[in-house]
Design a protein around this ligand. Structure first.
Ligand code: ZN
Length: 279
């Protein structure tokens, strides 16, 4: 019997990917509404980037705070902040999301080629982000682009910077890194410690096959405009919720129940927000 399926929605489309689509409303209120609708469709985690009012990456938390406040008014979804980023941002600038009201954050644990560039996550920076997350009681969602990164994470666990249950997110299909094949996903899934929770995010159009395979073998799933704004080739998705609904439908056919945010918090060892706000 597999654990309930945690579906993550990732609505923050990278600016370069949005260029090819009809103009999207990427304001804080609209992103919040996309997340609330995705929650109604079955998502229990929202993976968010720190954006300004027009959907451009920024170090200013004003718009991000508003997005989070609107989401919290509308639903109890778990909010994860990204600490990713390319360019010349400092390690501290990369993790401004940790200053917001978030429960989880992506933790990149190694460097990898990214198309024609390099996605740099040096050991010192990784340790800094992991310590900041530990200090703020924010759960790391360990992003794995290559299998050796799992060992990088386990070293941090040995140092006491990561606590079980570990959560790994396998990112497959990025140009320059591990291709999105079933064999690669199985290899990653078999390479994490017993008891770890893991999910798959497919890039380059591989989001649906990677999520579908993951849900069949005990992993968790992710969808959203960040990974793929298309529902099918040449057919843009009408909303992030539409993409989430498809995953939930497949899970239903496979007999796998979908986790509520409360269930997901239990599975990931997160504090219950209701209990927190009462106490
Ligand atoms: Zn992201």
């Amino acid at each position: 019997m597999l654990a309930p399926l945690i579906v993550t929605v990732a609505p923050c489309i990278p600016p370069y990917a949005a260029l090819h689509l009809p103009k999207l409303d990427l304001s804080p209120d609209m992103i919040a509404q996309e997340v609330i609708d995705a929650h109604a469709a079955g998502a229990s985690i929202a993976h968010l980037h720190v954006w300004d009012h027009d959907g451009q990456p920024t170090g200013d938390l004003g718009a991000f705070h508003r997005t989070i406040a609107r989401i919290r008014e509308g639903c109890d979804i778990i909010i994860e902040g990204s600490t990713g980023g390319v360019g010349d941002l400092t390690a501290a600038e990369r993790c401004v999301s940790l200053h917001a009201d978030i429960e989880m954050a992506s933790l990149n644990v190694g460097s990898v080629n990214y198309d024609q560039g390099v996605y740099v996550n040096s050991p010192d920076d990784v340790r800094f982000w992991a310590s900041e997350m530990a200090r703020r009681h924010i759960k790391p969602d360990i992003a794995v682009f290559e299998v050796g990164m799992i060992q990088n994470a386990l070293r941090l666990a040995d140092e006491g910077l990561l606590k079980p249950p570990y959560l790994f997110s396998f990112v497959l299909g990025q140009t320059g890194a591990l291709p999105a094949t079933p064999k690669n996903l199985l290899f990653l899934a078999e390479s994490v410690p017993d008891g770890a929770v893991w999910g798959a995010a497919g890039h380059g159009g591989a989001d649906l096959p990677m999520s579908s395979l993951a849900m069949m073998i005990g992993g968790h799933a992710r969808a959203g405009f960040e990974d793929n704004p298309y529902y099918a080739p040449k057919r843009a998705a009408t909303s992030n919720a539409e993409l989430v609904r498809r995953l939930v439908r497949i899970a239903g056919e496979l007999g796998r129940p979908v986790a509520t945010p409360a269930q997901a918090r239990g599975m990931l060892g997160l504090a219950d927000r209701q209990a927190n706000s009462r106490g």
